[in-house]
Ligand binder design. Sequence first.
Ligand SMILES: Cc1cc2nc3c(=O)[nH]c(=O)nc-3n(C[C@H](O)[C@H](O)[C@H](O)COP(=O)(O)O)c2cc1C
Length: 184
Amino acid sequence: MSVEAALAARRSVRGYTKQTLTLAEVGQLLWAAQGVTSPDGKRTAPSAMHRYPLEIAVVAQNVEGLSSGAYRYVPAKHSLELLMAAKPGVPLLAGSTQQAQVHNAPAVFVISAVYERMGSGAKNRTWTDYEAGLASENLLLEAVALGLGAVVTGGIDPASAKEAVKLTGGEEVIVVIPVGHPAN
Ligand SMILES: Cc1cc2nc3c(=O)[nH]c(=O)nc-3n(C[C@H](O)[C@H](O)[C@H](O)COP(=O)(O)O)c2cc1C
Protein backbone atom coordinates (compact mmCIF):
# COMPACT_ATOMS: atom_id res chain seq x y z
CA MET A 1 0.00 0.00 0.00
CA SER A 2 1.32 3.46 -0.86
CA VAL A 3 1.63 6.16 1.78
CA GLU A 4 -1.03 8.10 -0.15
CA ALA A 5 -3.46 5.18 -0.01
CA ALA A 6 -2.86 4.71 3.73
CA LEU A 7 -3.38 8.43 4.37
CA ALA A 8 -6.59 8.45 2.34
CA ALA A 9 -7.97 5.38 4.11
CA ARG A 10 -7.04 6.32 7.69
CA ARG A 11 -10.08 6.98 9.88
CA SER A 12 -10.53 6.66 13.64
CA VAL A 13 -11.95 3.20 14.29
CA ARG A 14 -13.59 2.56 17.66
CA GLY A 15 -15.31 -0.79 17.12
CA TYR A 16 -13.43 -4.06 16.72
CA THR A 17 -14.31 -7.68 16.04
CA LYS A 18 -13.29 -10.38 18.52
CA GLN A 19 -10.49 -11.51 16.20
CA THR A 20 -7.06 -11.66 17.83
CA LEU A 21 -4.09 -9.66 16.69
CA THR A 22 -0.95 -11.65 16.05
CA LEU A 23 2.37 -11.04 17.75
CA ALA A 24 3.79 -10.22 14.29
CA GLU A 25 1.17 -7.48 13.81
CA VAL A 26 1.91 -6.05 17.25
CA GLY A 27 5.62 -6.09 16.44
CA GLN A 28 5.02 -4.36 13.11
CA LEU A 29 2.95 -1.61 14.78
CA LEU A 30 5.63 -1.04 17.43
CA TRP A 31 8.32 -0.96 14.78
CA ALA A 32 6.37 1.65 12.83
CA ALA A 33 6.11 3.82 15.93
CA GLN A 34 9.68 3.57 17.24
CA GLY A 35 11.60 0.86 15.40
CA VAL A 36 15.34 1.20 14.92
CA THR A 37 16.20 1.68 11.24
CA SER A 38 19.93 2.38 11.21
CA PRO A 39 23.04 1.01 12.94
CA ASP A 40 23.47 4.21 14.98
CA GLY A 41 20.10 3.62 16.62
CA LYS A 42 18.02 6.13 14.70
CA ARG A 43 14.35 5.28 14.40
CA THR A 44 11.31 5.37 12.11
CA ALA A 45 10.21 8.67 13.72
CA PRO A 46 12.53 11.67 14.00
CA SER A 47 13.66 12.89 17.42
CA ALA A 48 14.81 16.38 18.40
CA MET A 49 18.56 16.24 19.11
CA HIS A 50 18.12 12.45 18.73
CA ARG A 51 17.23 12.22 22.42
CA TYR A 52 14.39 9.70 22.03
CA PRO A 53 12.18 10.61 25.00
CA LEU A 54 9.32 8.30 24.01
CA GLU A 55 8.49 4.96 25.58
CA ILE A 56 5.85 2.72 24.04
CA ALA A 57 4.10 -0.02 25.95
CA VAL A 58 1.50 -2.42 24.64
CA VAL A 59 -1.34 -3.92 26.63
CA ALA A 60 -2.05 -7.34 25.13
CA GLN A 61 -5.71 -8.20 25.71
CA ASN A 62 -6.18 -10.73 22.92
CA VAL A 63 -2.93 -11.28 21.06
CA GLU A 64 -2.00 -14.65 19.62
CA GLY A 65 1.42 -15.59 20.95
CA LEU A 66 1.49 -13.04 23.78
CA SER A 67 0.09 -13.65 27.27
CA SER A 68 -2.33 -11.02 28.57
CA GLY A 69 -0.49 -8.14 30.20
CA ALA A 70 1.50 -4.99 29.62
CA TYR A 71 4.87 -4.98 27.89
CA ARG A 72 7.49 -2.33 27.21
CA TYR A 73 8.86 -2.10 23.66
CA VAL A 74 12.66 -2.17 23.58
CA PRO A 75 13.55 -0.58 20.22
CA ALA A 76 17.25 -1.53 20.26
CA LYS A 77 16.36 -5.22 20.46
CA HIS A 78 12.95 -5.05 18.76
CA SER A 79 11.70 -7.01 21.74
CA LEU A 80 9.19 -6.79 24.57
CA GLU A 81 9.76 -6.75 28.33
CA LEU A 82 6.93 -7.79 30.63
CA LEU A 83 5.77 -4.91 32.83
CA MET A 84 2.65 -6.44 34.33
CA ALA A 85 0.86 -9.74 33.83
CA ALA A 86 -2.93 -9.62 33.59
CA LYS A 87 -5.75 -12.10 33.83
CA PRO A 88 -7.27 -12.83 30.41
CA GLY A 89 -10.49 -10.85 29.96
CA VAL A 90 -9.66 -8.27 32.64
CA PRO A 91 -8.84 -4.96 30.89
CA LEU A 92 -5.80 -3.43 32.60
CA LEU A 93 -6.84 0.11 31.67
CA ALA A 94 -10.39 -0.20 33.03
CA GLY A 95 -9.71 2.39 35.73
CA SER A 96 -8.09 4.86 33.33
CA THR A 97 -10.97 5.58 30.97
CA GLN A 98 -14.58 4.70 30.34
CA GLN A 99 -14.10 4.64 26.59
CA ALA A 100 -15.12 1.18 25.46
CA GLN A 101 -12.66 0.90 22.58
CA VAL A 102 -9.81 0.76 25.10
CA HIS A 103 -11.40 -2.17 26.93
CA ASN A 104 -12.50 -4.05 23.81
CA ALA A 105 -9.42 -3.82 21.58
CA PRO A 106 -7.14 -6.85 21.31
CA ALA A 107 -4.15 -4.55 21.86
CA VAL A 108 -3.75 -1.06 23.30
CA PHE A 109 -0.58 0.93 22.68
CA VAL A 110 0.42 3.30 25.48
CA ILE A 111 2.42 6.28 24.26
CA SER A 112 4.45 7.84 27.05
CA ALA A 113 7.54 9.99 27.46
CA VAL A 114 10.32 10.63 29.92
CA TYR A 115 10.32 14.41 29.48
CA GLU A 116 13.62 14.88 31.32
CA ARG A 117 15.45 13.10 28.51
CA MET A 118 14.76 16.05 26.21
CA GLY A 119 16.35 18.53 28.62
CA SER A 120 14.86 21.57 30.29
CA GLY A 121 14.73 24.17 27.51
CA ALA A 122 11.57 26.20 27.04
CA LYS A 123 10.50 24.26 23.94
CA ASN A 124 11.50 20.80 25.05
CA ARG A 125 8.14 19.67 26.37
CA THR A 126 6.49 20.79 23.16
CA TRP A 127 9.05 18.86 21.12
CA THR A 128 8.45 15.71 23.14
CA ASP A 129 4.70 15.97 22.62
CA TYR A 130 5.35 16.62 18.93
CA GLU A 131 7.34 13.38 18.77
CA ALA A 132 4.49 11.50 20.37
CA GLY A 133 2.33 12.74 17.49
CA LEU A 134 4.84 11.62 14.89
CA ALA A 135 5.15 8.14 16.39
CA SER A 136 1.37 7.88 16.77
CA GLU A 137 0.72 8.75 13.13
CA ASN A 138 3.30 6.16 12.05
CA LEU A 139 1.42 3.58 14.08
CA LEU A 140 -1.96 4.66 12.68
CA LEU A 141 -0.74 4.40 9.09
CA GLU A 142 0.83 1.00 9.76
CA ALA A 143 -2.52 -0.14 11.16
CA VAL A 144 -4.22 0.90 7.90
CA ALA A 145 -1.58 -0.95 5.88
CA LEU A 146 -2.23 -4.10 7.94
CA GLY A 147 -6.01 -3.81 7.45
CA LEU A 148 -6.52 -2.86 11.10
CA GLY A 149 -8.39 -0.02 12.78
CA ALA A 150 -7.15 2.31 15.53
CA VAL A 151 -8.04 5.51 17.33
CA VAL A 152 -5.85 7.92 19.26
CA THR A 153 -7.50 8.11 22.68
CA GLY A 154 -6.45 11.08 24.76
CA GLY A 155 -9.44 10.93 27.11
CA ILE A 156 -7.68 8.90 29.76
CA ASP A 157 -6.36 9.53 33.24
CA PRO A 158 -2.59 9.49 32.58
CA ALA A 159 -1.52 8.74 36.16
CA SER A 160 -3.93 5.84 36.41
CA ALA A 161 -2.78 4.44 33.05
CA LYS A 162 0.84 4.70 34.15
CA GLU A 163 0.07 2.83 37.37
CA ALA A 164 -2.02 0.22 35.56
CA VAL A 165 0.81 -0.79 33.24
CA LYS A 166 3.52 -0.35 35.90
CA LEU A 167 5.68 2.22 34.15
CA THR A 168 8.32 3.09 36.74
CA GLY A 169 11.02 4.85 34.70
CA GLY A 170 9.74 8.42 35.06
CA GLU A 171 7.31 8.10 32.14
CA GLU A 172 4.22 10.26 31.72
CA VAL A 173 1.44 8.77 29.64
CA ILE A 174 0.31 11.00 26.74
CA VAL A 175 -2.31 8.97 24.84
CA VAL A 176 -3.32 5.37 24.32
CA ILE A 177 -4.10 3.82 20.93
CA PRO A 178 -6.37 0.76 20.84
CA VAL A 179 -6.00 -1.35 17.68
CA GLY A 180 -8.09 -4.20 16.33
CA HIS A 181 -9.87 -5.60 13.31
CA PRO A 182 -12.54 -3.06 12.29
CA ALA A 183 -16.07 -4.15 13.15
CA ASN A 184 -17.57 -2.62 9.99
C1 LIG B 1 -4.78 14.09 20.60
C2 LIG B 1 -6.04 13.34 20.21
C3 LIG B 1 -6.87 12.84 21.20
C4 LIG B 1 -8.01 12.13 20.85
N1 LIG B 1 -8.77 11.58 21.84
C5 LIG B 1 -9.84 10.83 21.51
C6 LIG B 1 -10.59 10.20 22.52
O1 LIG B 1 -10.33 10.31 23.71
N2 LIG B 1 -11.63 9.41 22.14
C7 LIG B 1 -11.96 9.22 20.82
O2 LIG B 1 -12.91 8.48 20.55
N3 LIG B 1 -11.28 9.84 19.83
C8 LIG B 1 -10.22 10.63 20.14
N4 LIG B 1 -9.48 11.21 19.15
C9 LIG B 1 -9.82 10.96 17.74
C10 LIG B 1 -10.56 12.17 17.13
O3 LIG B 1 -11.86 12.25 17.66
C11 LIG B 1 -10.58 11.98 15.60
O4 LIG B 1 -9.27 11.99 15.11
C12 LIG B 1 -11.40 13.08 14.92
O5 LIG B 1 -12.77 12.93 15.21
C13 LIG B 1 -11.20 13.06 13.39
O6 LIG B 1 -11.63 11.81 12.86
P1 LIG B 1 -10.64 10.84 12.06
O7 LIG B 1 -9.49 10.48 12.95
O8 LIG B 1 -11.48 9.65 11.70
O9 LIG B 1 -10.15 11.56 10.86
C14 LIG B 1 -8.34 11.94 19.47
C15 LIG B 1 -7.51 12.46 18.49
C16 LIG B 1 -6.36 13.14 18.84
C17 LIG B 1 -5.46 13.67 17.75
